[in-house]
Design a binder for this molecule. Structure first.
Ligand SMILES: Cc1ncc(COP(=O)(O)O)c(C=O)c1O
Length: 412
């Protein structure tokens, strides 16, 4: 690798990060290990190009091959998601959402989104995000008793608030989303339905979660979570909104697209069409269910009492040490998680009451239910014995063993 000679500092940090990923186990539900095919498409001179515009309608010359790559990515995305239109240019999930809003809303228009503590993303109207500064947001949460989305409650809020857009989609919600139910509400108040499937895109294309089409006007996604592709965003829509969406992405939100990432998205869409991908997604759900059940056996409260998808949020307030400390302790033995708010959380976002865990990355490594249950036991062992160096060492060694037994990236 030339990089080693030219920039040994960056080279060594990359090497170390690869080792770091190999030695630890990521339980962060928004992370995954994309294939070397996806990664190699990203690390190509395609990033040298400028190709503002869309295939065969560029503002720069010399894009004949880039046109073919983006066209292929679009065709595959439409097929994979049964969508009438696809825009593969958003640099990220947040930019996909920003472009969807730009396409359909005017400044200060009313939007109904999900509250952050109930499972929403920053771009769903968080007070610290552009979304709440540009648009007028109201929020729905979850039922305090079931901790699940309650469509009747959403309908009540929608009838009162009369939003121009309703967002269905979450970042830390473990239950199925009833897009058809959301559509009924949207129709009652004449709102657009935008479904943000950033987390569950992989489950959807595998047919393991209700599909957002034909119910949604626009669907936004990321390509790097359950979908296991490169870091990036994606917008799918009805044909009637295609022009609005495309104009919102470029020139509305972005300049030139990341052509190397678009090539990697095309590879990821192809991989997701393979029967193996469905098998993988089935195991993702089985593993998450096994973990949630094991936490329950350990008397740890799992939000909404379980999971239908790839993630769960557990209430760690019973440990009385704060989720931040637990996250740091787990980090130190090579188990990566992220602290997260729970519904109606009394603690602040910096040190909330919950921890969010997911199975997509460990399932990509080949872990099955038995190992996932063992992993929960290790998390419990460490968390119940914080400060005990001997136990910490034991857990560290166990994590190392599992990581070596289920390797990633054998070739690098
Ligand atoms: C539901 C949802 N939407 C949007 C995003 C934003 O994606 P990105 O981090 O690529 O901007 C996320 C990321 O976690 C998400 O969970």
């Amino acid at each position: 690798m030339k990089l080693k000679k030219i920039d040994p500092k960056i080279y060594n940090l990359i090497k170390k990060e690869i080792q770091h990923q190999k030695k630890g186990l990521s339980l962060i539900p928004s992370e995954n290990y994309s294939s070397l095919a996806v990664i190699s498409a990203m690390g190509t001179p395609l990033s040298n190009k400028y190709s503002e515009g869309y295939p065969y309608k560029r503002y720069y010359g010399g894009n004949e091959l880039i046109d073919q790559i983006e066209e292929l990515a679009i065709t595959r995305a439409k097929k994979l998601f049964k969508a009438e239109h696809a825009n593969v240019q958003p640099h990220s999930g947040s930019q996909a959402n920003a472009a969807a809003y730009l396409a359909l809303l005017n400044y200060k228009d009313r939007v109904l989104g999900i509250d952050l503590s109930a499972g929403g993303h920053l771009t769903h109207g968080s007070p610290v995000n552009f979304s709440s500064k540009f648009y007028n947001f109201a929020y729905y949460g979850v039922d305090p008793r079931t901790e699940k989305i309650d469509l009747k409650e959403i309908e009540k809020i929608a009838l009162k608030f009369k939003p121009k857009m309703i967002i269905a989609g979450t970042t830390s919600y473990s239950r199925k989303i009833d897009f058809k139910g959301f559509k009924k509400i949207a129709d009652k108040v004449g709102a657009y339905l935008v479904s943000d499937i950033a987390h569950i895109a992989g489950l959807i294309v595998a047919g393991l979660h209700p599909h957002p089409f034909p119910w949604s006007d626009v669907v936004t996604a990321t390509t790097h979570k359950t979908l296991r592709g490169p870091r990036g965003g994606l917008i799918l829509s009805k044909k009637s909104l295609a022009e609005k969406i495309d104009r919102a992405v470029f020139p509305g939100m972005q300049g030139g697209p990341l052509d190397h990432v678009i090539a990697a998205k095309a590879v990821c869409f192809l991989e997701a069409m393979h029967p193996e991908f469905k098998k993988y997604q089935k195991q993702v759900i089985l593993n998450a269910k096994a973990m949630a059940a094991r936490f329950h056996d350990h008397k740890i409260r799992v939000i909404s009492k379980g999971t239908d998808n790839h993630l769960m949020v557990i209430d760690v307030s019973c440990f009385n040490i704060g989720s931040k400390k637990i996250q740091e302790e787990l980090d130190s033995v090579g188990i990566y998680v992220n602290r997260n708010a729970i519904p109606f959380d009394k603690n602040p976002p910096y040190n909330p009451s919950g921890i969010r865990l997911g199975s997509p990355a460990i399932t990509s490594r080949g872990l099955k239910e038995k190992e996932c249950i063992g992993l929960v036991d290790l998390i419990m062992k460490l968390t119940l014995n914080i400060g005990n160096k001997k136990i910490k060492k034991e857990v560290f060694n166990e994590v190392k063993k599992i990581s070596e037994k289920f390797p990633i990236y054998k070739d690098i």
